[in-house]
Design a protein around this ligand. Sequence first.
Ligand code: ADP
Length: 369
Amino acid sequence: RPTGIRSVVGTGGLLPNGELCVVILFSKAEIPRVVAERFSGLALHVKQALMPFEDGPLFEATALPATPTSTSLRHPLRREFSNLPERHEALEELLVVHEQVALDQAKKQEETMLELREATRAAEAASRAKNAFLATISHEIRTPMTGLMGTAELLRETNLSPEQRELVEIVGSSASTLLTIINDILDYSRIEAGELTLQIQSFDLSSLVEEVVWLFRGRALKEGLSLALDASPALPERVRGDPVRVRQILWNLVSNAIKFTEAGSIRIRVTPLPGSSGSALTRFEVEDTGIGIPEQEIPRIFEDFTQLDMSTTRNFTGTGLGLAICRRLVAAMGGEIGAISQLGEGSTFWFELPLPADEPIEVPAPLPS
Ligand code: ADP
């Protein structure tokens, strides 16, 4: 069987002497209808040629997909088609038509490929433009927003009536919420554009965690929540990693814990874990006594723009991007993130990162001369 053959058309008949007359057309393309029709004409010629021996059974012209088990291929080809010279021309003509159709098909395929390539290129360009647009716009909004917050802060220091003070508070907190949203969008578009670069350096892990807790203390107090830190004494003093990104993830989780907890406590735990391949991992946990999450929804909350559609969460502002950003950041740092929760039972969000200890290099004291 010649290579690359995809279909076969055949016709033939049994001669009275028991010999089989078979005409088979092998094709490198699917047999198109127009060719199959032409071949039926040819099959008719063959049938007519075989008329004088009509006591033998005649085979119909059929287009078959060429599989190794095609029965037509197993027919012994006893008599070459060239033994029927007057039919040879018809077959030649048929082959020309067929070749042309195959060529057309190949050309069409090539055109479709080109169109597809062009469409992919356009889609990629559009996606890049969207990310660039988001990044530029977010950046441009951030500058006046900082000005707005600073001005509200200065205004707060002036002589204000209680009513004015309340209004200034609203301006300040709205600007701060908006800034958080803009920062999320900016971060997301940067990560999407593949522009996330980690700044690995040596930093004091315990101080970083304490700082985050300290910054949230006021907000927790205002909401009547207790905020506790449980940092293992076994943590190395200094580790190597990206402190800005570690702070951002922890910040997001603590911020969510406060947002989704009406009463009770938030507990932050940081513990060193023995890693499987000798590399030490640091596990961070943020446990709250808040509204909780239905167990089956947990994987969904780490997806882009996902906010659970519960009447309770509807009251909260947010983009649904925070956890999606955390997931990407943790993955970029070679770690894992997850949550354990039940509706109404509070939640524990955790992440584990490889943060190798950065031991200070001991400089040997100069030998006494
Ligand atoms: P956002 O906070 O901007 O809505 P996130 O990606 O941070 O977006 O969170 C996605 C969703 O996950 C939230 O809208 C909320 O439904 C749920 N969620 C996150 N953290 C908690 C939590 N500590 N307790 C209960 N639900 C949470």
